[in-house]
Design a protein. Structure first.
Length: 498
């Protein structure tokens, strides 16, 4: 009987979930949610998630309708303990939010842990100009980059920036944080220059929150080297361990066709002439020449190269997703795909919503399947969000998800998550930030889900997500029941008179 009890308890505690399955021991059945509150109850989107050195989960997003009035959205920042419960040491609630304002809208886009238990909060602000609000006096007032630094308790750090803030007229498309707490921002100028054409822009903020001036006069270094390349409709960046930066831009060349330009710059904002052709790699590929390509991600590979996730769109066809592999020296990696580019990929999702890269070069993508409606309408099925994983060559990873097809549902126990960002944490745990909603309810909530990665864990215990496939199913009571039955039999045996 002792052997039965030990085996039962061990089997229950060690039951393992498959990669891509929800970790039901995290937060509320796999979801980290905000504690109740007037603004928290209306917070509906988590745009970004990461983890800090203590394993806590940091998420930032917005409440798009903080009141029933004309106010714009407010920024919401939350911190959760490693187990997914709100960290009440942050402002006593586990979250911070800005105040509703009838003249501005604020959306949280990044939260970076920095030294001393502090966090850099990055948002996009926009001045609201339509009635009943006053008209904007200058177009340059909308939209712009904004950042603050808060301490562990949530208090704004007055020593950061100018009057505790950093702001600039840049519409951000990507932001990287360096270990010292400095920021590099990729986006485009607002208002566009000339007025009808967005202009690619790179800005920097030093650890103290002051504008890093070397980026300002070096446009020729990072703007593809010619003023004839215009229309910066998409841009991403990646920071190398040695401090150098890769910038990827989608621009329109002098002939009117679109092209991709990847450049590498040194930490002092000078062009790295050893990369590509004098510091740049220009990709004039017919697949990306017509409609502009969206650069979903640019990430470094273990071999020193990089990979881009690209998507082209059409008014009469679903988005087409491609992978482009680059060597460390700035050329297409012809050992992968077809001359370095693979696609369009046959994926079980359409319209990529979030991407992430594992340390083993596997690629995570999240989105939705198509509905059965006919062309030209090609809506996706928001009731069936999915996450999928590709191997380093861009093929579906059969070791991910329950069916061997490389994808898993982002619906668990009747609650779905509309994905907006993916982060791979310690132990290959996968965190997905977005909007959670329960079946039959139209209400969306700020949420982060944790999924199992390759490193199988024992976090769930007898109440976890271990016994078989748990997605879209009630919690399996079999193992807990067996454990209690074994314990009861053992106790009865001990009480039996000898």
């Amino acid at each position: 009987m002792k052997t039965l009890l030990a085996a039962t308890l061990f089997g229950a505690g060690a039951a393992l979930a498959a990669p891509g399955d929800f970790d039901l021991s995290f937060g509320q059945n796999g979801f980290a949610m905000l504690a109740p509150g007037a603004i928290a109850d209306r917070a509906d989107r988590a745009h970004f998630v990461t983890t800090d050195a203590d394993g806590r989960v940091l998420a930032i997003g917005e409440a798009s309708r903080p009141t029933d009035g004309p106010e714009g959205s407010v920024r919401v920042f939350a911190r959760f303990l490693p187990g997914g419960l709100p960290d009440m040491s942050l402002a006593g609630t586990g979250y911070l939010h800005t105040l509703p304002d009838t003249q501005s809208s604020r959306v949280g886009l990044r939260a970076f842990p920095v030294a001393g238990g502090k966090t850099l909060l990055v948002e996009q602000r926009r001045i609201l100009c339509w009635p009943p609000r006053p008209a904007c006096s200058l177009a340059i007032t909308t939209p712009y980059f904004f950042a603050q630094r808060v301490d562990a308790a949530g208090q704004v750090d007055p020593a950061y920036g100018v009057m505790a803030t950093v702001s600039m007229d840049t519409v951000q498309q990507d932001v990287a944080a360096s270990p010292d707490g400095s920021l590099t921002i990729v986006g485009y100028q607002y208002p566009p220059f000339p007025p009808s054409d967005p202009r690619f822009d790179v800005r920097g903020v030093d650890p103290a929150g002051q504008i890093y001036t070397p980026w300002i006069p070096t446009r020729a270094a990072w703007n593809c080297g010619t003023e004839s390349d215009t229309s910066a409709s998409s841009a991403k960046m990646a920071r190398q361990a040695d401090g150098r930066f890769l910038f990827a831009q989608q621009v329109r060349g002098p002939t009117g066709l679109n092209r991709l330009c990847i450049s590498r710059l040194n930490p002092d904002a000078t062009l790295d002439a050893g990369y590509g052709d004098g510091g740049r790699l220009r990709l004039d590929d017919g697949r990306f020449a017509g409609a502009p390509a969206t650069i979903h991600a640019l990430a470094l590979r273990r071999d020193g190269g990089a990979v881009m996730v690209l998507e082209t769109s059409s008014p009469v066809a679903p988005g087409l997703v491609y992978l482009a592999w680059l060597t460390a020296g700035g050329a297409l990696d012809t050992s992968r795909g077809t001359q370095g580019i693979a696609g369009p990929l046959a994926l079980p999702i359409h319209g990529v919503q979030a991407t992430a890269f594992q340390a083993d070069d596997k690629i995570l993508l999240a989105g939705y399947p198509l509905t059965t409606l006919k062309l030209p309408l090609i809506p996706v099925d928001f009731a069936k969000p999915r996450i999928l994983r590709l191997d380093p060559d861009g093929n579906p990873d059969p070791g991910f998800g329950p069916s061997g097809e490389g994808f898993a549902s982002l619906v668990s126990l009747g609650r779905g998550l509309l994905p907006l960002h993916i982060h791979v944490g310690e132990g290959n745990a996968i965190y997905v930030a977005g909007s959670a909603s329960d079946a039959g309810s139209g209400a969306a909530r700020f949420a982060v889900a944790r999924l199992e990665g390759d490193a199988q864990s024992h976090r769930g215990g007898i109440w976890g997500s271990g016994c078989g496939y748990t997605r879209d199913a009630p919690v399996d009571p079999t193992l807990p029941a067996l454990a209690f039955l074994a314990a009861a039999l053992l106790l009865a045996r001990r009480r039996r008179p000898r």
